[in-house]
Design a protein around this ligand. Structure first.
Ligand code: SR1
Ligand code: MG
Length: 413
């Protein structure tokens, strides 16, 4: 369906990964021929195999191998998916490591026959979503992610790239099948009745009301059109808190396999949306009111700060444009459009995580059914408020105020 896999391609297993490593000269500086290697498969995303491998005698000599499967792992081989996404990811990581090396895992090599990337094992870091679920604060995250987004998005836009280079890059990052996943799972399925949706049954009345809301579907359609047509910059394309690894000092962005030339607000909105999903989840995850308020303040302060860092770090881009063709007013509108897109697209990403096929642990991992419905209901109401008010927003503070003004409507009165 998507062209032939190379005859060399085979999915690795914990039994075969060691022998594969022995064939790679790029890894001889890490592993000696005499090393006994240990491997575990840790892929908990929706698509790929991920192996952690280390020398038994010295676990700090370690790497990660990420290999694309020719189908969606979450669903199985009934949903084929081209492993070419591994090439897209490797190329995006190369760009990120040039622009923001301090936030990009080191890549040892990309193997195009095996659709596999060997990279740094971030073994001193945690997937951010897991930390947020535990209520852990990351004080440097806003500064880091604001910088990451401004540099990767600003530097790949028409504001910086030469006219020809930009078009060639758009072509190199054509990523139709992964974009189609987003078009379907973020911008289509949550707003209609379909068997692929997976919301918890307590939420059905709210979901059906949302799906019946034509004004909402008009706004979702506008966001989908923008996603499909605005080749503004090389976006990560899946910048949720499961694609970010953190500790108290560092932030790394991983997994850019959904990368393509799309609207900048899609990435900014993804980060904001996932912080707001965490905000909604702590409605029930943190019972102590003072503790809940404190953690939520951290989340909202982070959203506000990351936007201000983004604007600050984008300024060098504006400093080099032609002020005749791109006067101050145009520059302000450009940033305002990103802010409003972030609100609208982020809202769609929140709704899909409650209603659609692929949820997030923050909410779907809540065990008690009523609690889960409260958090889901709140997330939907926050998202709806953001989407429907997006054109009025002029500051990030207004976005936070509107989102945090929402309340859960479950249990129904
Ligand atoms: C079928 S893939 C489901 C989701 O996983 C990825 O992380 C993307 O968010 C995608 O929409
Ligand atoms: Mg991913």
């Amino acid at each position: 369906m998507f062209g032939d896999l190379s005859s060399i391609y085979r999915p690795l297993t914990t039994e075969t990964v060691g022998a594969y490593i022995r064939t790679r000269p790029e890894l001889t500086a890490i592993f000696n021929p005499s090393d006994e290697l240990e491997a575990v498969e840790v892929g908990d995303g929706n698509l790929n195999l991920v192996f952690k491998i280390w020398a038994k005698a010295d676990p700090d000599r370690t790497i990660v191998l990420k290999q694309a499967l020719p189908y969606v792992r979450l669903v199985g081989d009934s949903w084929p998916l081209p492993p070419d996404r591994a090439r897209i990811e490797a190329q995006a990581l190369e760009i990120h490591s040039r622009l923001v090396p301090e936030h990009t895992p080191h890549v040892y090599f990309y193997d195009p026959d095996m659709y596999l990337t060997a990279m740094q094992n971030l073994n001193k870091h945690l997937i951010m979503r897991k930390g947020l679920i535990q209520g852990i604060k990351y004080p440097r995250f806003a500064e880091h992610i604001g910088t990451f987004m401004a540099r990767t998005l600003g530097s790949t836009s028409d504001l910086v790239l030469d006219y020809r280079a930009k078009k060639m890059e758009v072509a190199r990052f054509i990523n139709p099948e992964l974009c189609k996943i987003t078009e379907d799972l973020v911008f289509t399925e949550p707003y209609r009745v379909t068997e692929r949706n997976l919301f918890h049954k307590e939420l059905e009345p709210q979901v059906l009301a949302l799906q019946a809301d034509e004004a909402l579907r008009v706004e979702v359609a506008a966001m989908k059109e923008k996603f499909m047509t605005q080749a503004q910059a090389l976006v990560h394309g899946d910048l949720h808190t499961g694609s970010i690894m953190v500790n108290q000092t560092d932030t790394y962005v991983i997994d850019p396999e959904f990368a393509f030339y799309g609207p900048i607000g899609f990435d900014v909105g993804a980060v904001i949306a996932n912080l707001l999903l965490s905000y909604a989840s702590h409605e029930v995850r943190t019972a102590d009111l003072a503790q809940r308020a404190d953690f939520r303040k951290y989340l909202t302060d982070t959203i506000i700060q990351l936007w201000h860092v983004f604007v600050r770090e984008f300024q060098p881009v504006w400093d080099q444009v032609d002020p005749i063709n791109m006067p101050k007013g145009y520059q302000q509108n450009y940033m305002l459009n990103i802010l409003q897109d972030a609100a609208g697209m982020g809202a769609c990403k929140m709704m899909r995580r409650v209603i659609g096929l692929a949820g997030v642990e923050d909410i779907r991992g809540i065990e008690n059914a009523d609690d889960k419905a409260v958090a889901g209901s709140l997330a939907l109401n926050m998202a709806q408020a953001l989407l429907m008010n997006r054109k009025q927003f002029t500051t990030i503070e207004e976005i936070v105020e509107v989102a945090t003004g929402a309340k859960p409507t479950y249990p129904w009165k």
